[in-house]
Design a protein around this ligand. Structure first.
Ligand code: SPV
Ligand code: MG
Length: 294
């Protein structure tokens, strides 16, 4: 089995296991690498993370498929964990959706997730969003079916993300979409919600009875542990943006101290040592390899 197949199988096995797949949202290769060091099971290539950290731009479909693929490939190379790429809404229409599947599969990525937001999407966490239109259920199902038919390997994972709760369409509509995407061949369903109490999600879970892995992104219901979500029926939990937000908070604190104190020693005790950074990326091993005789 090649490495892509191994990662895909690990992801599939995780989605069917009794333990939730603990998935860390990464925004670059190093955060993907650290996810492995800290015993996560998978990496989420966060669209929000890439927009923010690589481009300093909002999460509004401004970053292209090729740019997302490049980011996913860099992360995938930095970890032996399976990588699931957040592919927004497939970056356009039907043909963009299918091309997204084929390109990410060809690049060796374990899986992708595609949501039913119309183009251009808006990040689901933005406040003040009223009821909004989504891609027609039948059209999104048609895209999912075409994407699944286009993939070459059995193992590549396509997660269909349902935005009906976020978009204000209610539980019944969310269930109808999840049923349609399951029938279209999706490998898992991500049901996103902004409801802190989890009432909406619980109502969804009560009404949705298909045998398909379920994925949660608990950013807006942060008090629930992975085990609690697993007991409710979730098979994968994505900590989508905490590493990115930690990086931003740490950078700002360091910058403010440096600006005020005007000497590096003022921050030395709270930042990573240079040697630690060298070690993290295998510098010594690389130098030894390059200096050893053939
Ligand atoms: C992301 O990390 O880009 C996601 C999750 O899609 S969310 O920001 O909650 O939409
Ligand atoms: Mg996203």
């Amino acid at each position: 089995m090649n490495q892509a197949s191994v990662k895909r199988q690990a992801l599939r096995d995780g989605l069917r296991s009794s333990e939730p797949v603990m998935t860390l949202g990464a925004h670059d290769a190093l955060s993907a690498k650290l996810a492995e060091k800290y015993d996560f099971d998978a990496v989420w290539v966060s669209g929000f993370g890439i927009c923010t950290m690589t481009y300093a731009m909002p999460d509004l479909n401004l970053v292209s498929m090729a740019e997302t693929l490049e980011a996913a490939v860099r992360m995938d190379a930095a970890t032996s964990l399976p990588v699931v790429a957040d592919c927004d809404n497939g970056f356009g229409g039907y043909s963009n959706f299918v091309r997204t599947v084929t390109q990410f599969e060809r690049a060796g990525i374990a899986g992708i997730c595609i949501e039913d937001n119309t183009f251009p999407k808006r990040n689901s966490l933005y406040r003040g969003q009223s009821v909004r239109e989504l891609i027609e259920t039948s059209e999104q199902a048609r895209r999912i079916r075409a994407g699944k038919n286009a993939q070459q390997s059995e193992e590549f994972v396509l997660i269909a993300r349902v935005e009906a709760l976020i978009a204000g369409h209610g539980v019944e509509a969310a269930v109808e979409r999840a049923n349609a995407y399951t029938d279209a061949g999706a490998d898992a369903i991500l049901i996103h919600s902004r409801d802190k109490s989890l009432e909406e999600i619980t109502a969804f879970l009560d009404a949705f009875s298909r045998d398909i892995p379920l994925v949660a992104v608990p950013t807006l219901f942060p008090d629930f542990t992975a085990d609690e979500l697993s007991k409710l029926g979730f098979n994968m939990v994505i900590y989508a943006n905490q590493a990115m937000r930690a990086s931003v908070a740490a950078m700002e604190e360091t910058m403010a101290t440096l600006r005020d104190e005007r000497r590096p020693s003022a921050v030395d005790s709270s930042i990573a040592a240079v040697d630690y950074i060298f070690d993290l990326v295998g510098t010594r091993e690389e130098i030894q390899k390059s200096e050893s005789a053939d």
